[in-house]
Structures are given as C-alpha cells and as structure tokens.
Design a protein around this ligand. Structure first.
Ligand code: ADP
Ligand code: MG
Length: 316
C-alpha cells in the first residue's frame, strides 16, 4: 500500500536567493502521528503549503494516498483536513454558519448532525450561535481544528497548531490531537520540541530546507545522544580524592562501555558528572558503583531532555 504521504525530492525556490526546500523526501505511514520539527524559517510551512495545494513546488512531487497533489489536487486532497496557522474566519459568522458553509462545499452528509458532533468535540457547543469575531485566539483555533475534522478525513495536517496560544489553549489543542491520534494519520509542524515530543510517535527534523533526521523519538535519542550529564547530591561534601576517583570511572555494562569524562562541583553538596554511556544499564551501573564506593548519595538525576539536546545541536 502507498504511504499516506509521500514527499519526493521536493524543492521550492521563492527567489534567486531563497531556496526554501532543498530536495526533501519523507514517507508518512498510515496511522502514524508525525511531528515536523524545526526552527522558524526551516521550511515547514512551505512543505505544508505544497502538500495542501496552496503553492506549487519548483521541482519534485508530493503524493497523498498515492495521488499527486501537484497534478491531481482535488482527488489527492479529498480526505485531508488541514489547519494552517491561525485560520481566518469571517468575523460576522457564527461557528454554525462557518461550518455549514464549509460543510456544503465539502459535501458532508447529515451536516447538521455532524456540526453538532464537531462543536461538542471542540467544546464550542455553548458558543454555536456567537459571532466568531468575538472569540479568543484559543476558541478560533479550536474552531479551526473542528473545521479540519468536519468531513471526517483520514489525514489531518496541522501547521503550528498551538502557535500564539497560552498554555491552557495549547493544552486544549494537544488534548484534541490526542483524542484523534489513534484514528487518523496526523502530520503536525511545530518549532516547539516539547509539543512534538508529547504528541508525536515519530519526528522529522527539518532545518534550512533539509531533513536532518526522521525516526521515532526513542530511536533519535539513542542514535544521537551519548554524553549524559548526571547530577548528584551528597549528604556531605565529597573530598578531592572522592571526586578524582569518580572522574576515573570506567565500566562495562552488557558490553557497552561507559566512562566518566569530568566531574564538576556545582553547589555545596552538588556535582555534575559528564558521563558517556548509551544505555540505561550504564547509568544503573554507575549508580550502583557510586553507592558501593561509599559515596553518600541523596540524589541522582540524569540531566536534560535527550531530544532537546539533539535538537539544539542539530539546528545550530
Ligand atoms: P517555517 O514554516 O519553518 O518557519 P517557511 O516555510 O515559512 O518556514 O519559510 C522557509 C523560508 O522561505 C524562509 O527563509 C522564509 O523567509 C522563506 N519564505 C517563505 N515564504 C516566502 C515567500 N512567499 N516569498 C519569499 N520567501 C518566502
Ligand atoms: Mg511556518
């Protein structure tokens, strides 16, 4: 079966100087929830605009469900719902008017019933008859999500769905995505790592028009992250000798070598240990060894989000 989205060698040149996409390729399988992660200007919106037929690529192709969006846009986008940044709704229309209008264009069956379901899903039933012009950004975004789901599409494409929302609004959008993630294929762009990490099964990392990595969150962490920092706290300050001893740590856990590269004092009874060891077993060995050497531990914390470090490292 064709993947849900197949992007092949896509390039987009806006001007002589701006090459926004440098030949990206990406397959998104059915049922996956893929995060498209990259800093501002990386090329996320450009990719999504091409995918949803808003602009044409300079070269390359994109297929949705096997249909070329550049050649057969109408067929390709039949079962796609999208939310592209902040949707512009007519301010004098109510959610019911808006969804009725869009539902008719899309030929939705039993439209009234479906609108009721959608409004309930995005928690706007109470506001069904209020003009959208008076809505908060979060409410508009929820309506935007609702319109994307209106015709019950198989694929949902979201471009920075929580951009400009406050934490509550972001959490609401995240909950909506979570509610559908096992029923639909989802492609969601964001420049916010925590958002992608919380929602997506897989991450495609894009920067400067190139895909740098595409894998599961776990696999990415394993692949790129080998130096870990472990922060420890001790009951009493360590002696110079103890610090030196920790600095010389070298062990093998299940054939994976791990070493301590550096120990830094970061507080009265706090130390940061720069540690090379890829697996959790390595960390477990280090912890056991510290205890066996009589280090009076009161805390042992691996520091930093693995993916955060990868992200920051890669988008430099
Ligand atoms: P992202 O969504 O990841 O922030 P974009 O796809 O919007 O990135 O932009 C990628 C690059 O293309 C940026 O350098 C941006 O300035 C440029 N760009 C985007 N749209 C246009 C346009 N309409 N005309 C010229 N340059 C553009
Ligand atoms: Mg964008």
């Amino acid at each position: 079966m064709d993947p849900m989205i197949k992007i092949e060698n896509l390039t987009k040149r806006y001007t002589f100087k701006i090459l926004a996409l440098k030949g990206i390729s990406l397959d998104i399988e059915r049922g996956d929830c893929v995060g498209f992660l990259g800093p501002n200007g990386a090329g996320k919106s450009t990719t999504i605009k091409i995918l949803t037929g808003l602009i044409r690529p300079t070269s390359g192709t994109a297929y949705i469900d096997g249909n070329d969006v550049t050649k057969n846009k109408k067929v390709a986008l039949r079962s796609v719902g999208c939310l592209v940044e902040t949707p512009d709704f007519y301010p004098y229309l109510t959610p019911i008017d808006t969804l009725t209008y869009l539902g008719k264009i899309r030929g939705v069956d039993d439209l009234d019933g479906r609108i009721e379901e959608i409004l309930k899903m995005v928690k706007l039933s109470e506001w069904a008859d209020t003009r959208v012009g008076s809505f908060s950004k979060g409410m508009k975004q929820r309506l935007g999500f609702g319109q994307a789901m209106l015709h019950d599409p198989d694929l949902i494409i979201l471009d920075e769905p929580s951009s400009g929302l406050d934490p509550k609004g972001m959490a609401e959008i995240r909950d909506l995505i979570n509610d559908i993630r096992h029923k639909k294929t989802i492609f969601l762009s964001s420049h916010l790592l925590p958002e992608v990490q919380q929602i997506a099964d897989r991450v495609a990392l894009i920067n400067k028009g190139e895909i740098l990595a595409y894998d599961t969150v776990d696999a990415l962490s394993k692949k790129f992250f080998t130096v870990k920092e472990v922060e420890i706290e001790t009951l009493t300050p360590l002696t110079e000798e103890q610090i030196k001893m920790i600095g010389g740590y070298e062990e093998c856990a299940k054939d994976v070598k791990s070493t301590v590269q550096d120990v830094k004092k970061t507080g009265e009874r706090r130390y940061s240990i720069a540690f090379v060891g890829e697996t959790e077993e390595c960390r477990n060995e280090l912890l056991k060894w510290l205890v066996s050497q009589g280090i009076p531990l009161t805390a042992f914390n691996p520091k930093g989000l693995a993916l955060e470090s990868i992200y920051m490292e890669m988008i430099k």
